[in-house]
Design a protein around this ligand. Structure first.
Ligand code: B12
Ligand code: SF4
Ligand code: SF4
Length: 308
């Protein structure tokens, strides 16, 4: 069964798959609670909700016995905009919203698993579910947690989205893990302009450009960050761009991840002048819809200030 599921996952468009028993992630819960205790989640209050559930999928989906961990490559051979007049968009948000892309493929996969195992029940989780996507990917042998805290695969680098299908049946499990290949490298820690990677394997969201430009809801971006935006208007890829393992990237076969209008940047002046209707049209089904126009304008204004 496990072999058949792995094959189906690849057929459904995933590059990596691993199957492990559903259970409590004890060590990861301890680290999550420590992280929350330090306030490193900033205003992401939803992260505080029930760490017990976040670290144990059986609390989210009663009867969960197995976790099918999945990864999808989103690298496309485009570069970040080097136009000084434009704000850079992080790679993950160039094309269609990855939540929709992954969910569609996972639904297809679950449908095929249901044909394979009659009566099986499953739950699809990607990003927004209270599940620790990275921890499951590591457990399932998809990759290791880099010092920048993203999961790195040996063959696609860290340009992969993660998700899981929880199943209520027992299967044969993967036991091999990928060893940590960071070694003595500190490129991501050295390159982070805001020192958000406070120590290897720990990110303080309050200092992270990605958090400030996507998750933070306040009217202003704090000065400590807006002074060091380094041209980013939505998200930040610096710690991944400098990672030597991202030299092993491969082009994604999903046209959905191709930059919209071939554009990897946004003109901040254009954003400031944008009306709701243009915003809705331009970002229809894009991951960038995660920030409302008000926040995108806030980011654009901060970027213009930092450029002065
Ligand atoms: C909250 C969140 C954020 C926050 C916090 C980031 C973070 N480091 O967790 C913010 C807003 C900053 C963020 C930013 C980004 N995110 Co985000 N985010 C999440 C989310 C929703 C939860 C992650 C989480 O649980 N964090 C809580 C802390 C406790 O987890 P952690 O840092 O992983 O902590 C572990 C380690 O620190 C470790 N640890 C601690 N100390 C030590 C010491 C040692 C020695 C060791 C070995 C380990 C260790 O233990 C902890 C538990 O395992 C996940 C989706 C999900 N449902 O899981 C996506 C997710 C992690 N994000 C993702 C992406 C793509 C990004 C960005 C790259 C987007 C961008 N380009 O702007 C950036 C990357 C910034 C960065 N360097 O992390 C992807 C990552 C894919 C991958 N290959 O790993 C995910 C998995 C979404 C997805 N489903 O694909 N994100
Ligand atoms: S995403 Fe940018 S700001 Fe956040 S940890 Fe990485 S380099 Fe630092
Ligand atoms: S840049 Fe170096 S230390 Fe950071 S994640 Fe990549 S290999 Fe690990």
């Amino acid at each position: 069964m496990s072999r058949a599921i792995r094959k189906l996952a690849i057929e459904c468009g995933f590059q990596k798959v691993g199957i492990v028993p559903a259970g409590a992630l004890e060590e990861e819960r301890r680290r999550l609670e420590e992280w929350l205790g330090l306030g490193y989640h900033g205003e992401m209050r939803w992260m505080e909700r029930d760490p017990q559930m976040r670290s144990d999928p059986r609390r989210l989906f009663e009867g969960a016995r197995s976790v099918v961990a999945l990864a999808m490559n989103y690298y496309t051979p485009h570069e970040h905009s080097d136009d000084d007049e434009k704000g850079k968009i992080s790679r993950y948000a160039w094309g269609d919203d990855y939540h929709d892309v992954l969910r569609g493929r996972m639904k297809e996969l679950l449908g095929r698993i249901e044909l394979l195992i009659p009566g099986v029940r499953g739950k699809i989780c990607v990003d927004t579910s209270p599940v620790m996507d990275k921890a499951w990917a590591v457990r399932a042998g998809i990759g290791w947690l880099g010092k920048h805290t993203n999961v790195i695969t040996t063959d696609y680098g860290s340009w992969v989205f993660l998700g899981e299908i929880l199943l209520d049946v027992e299967l044969d499990y993967d036991t091999a893990r990928v060893e940590d290949h960071c070694g003595s490298c500190t490129a991501c820690l050295d390159a982070c302009p805001t020192d958000a990677i406070t120590e290897p394997y720990v990110v303080n969201s309050n200092k992270c450009i990605s958090y400030a430009t996507i998750e933070l809801r306040s009217d202003e971006i704090p000065d400590e960050i807006s002074e060091k935006l380094e041209g980013w208007v939505y998200g930040c890829d610096i710690c991944q761009d400098v990672c030597p393992w991202n030299r092993f990237q491969k082009n994604s076969d999903k046209k959905e991840f191709t930059p919209r209008g071939q554009s990897t940047g946004l003109d901040p002046e254009e954003i400031l002048a944008m009306d709701d209707e243009t915003y809705s049209r331009r970002f229809y089904k894009s991951a960038m819809k995660r920030v409302k126009l008000r926040l995108l304008k806030r980011n654009a204004a901060a970027l213009l200030r930092s450029a002065r």
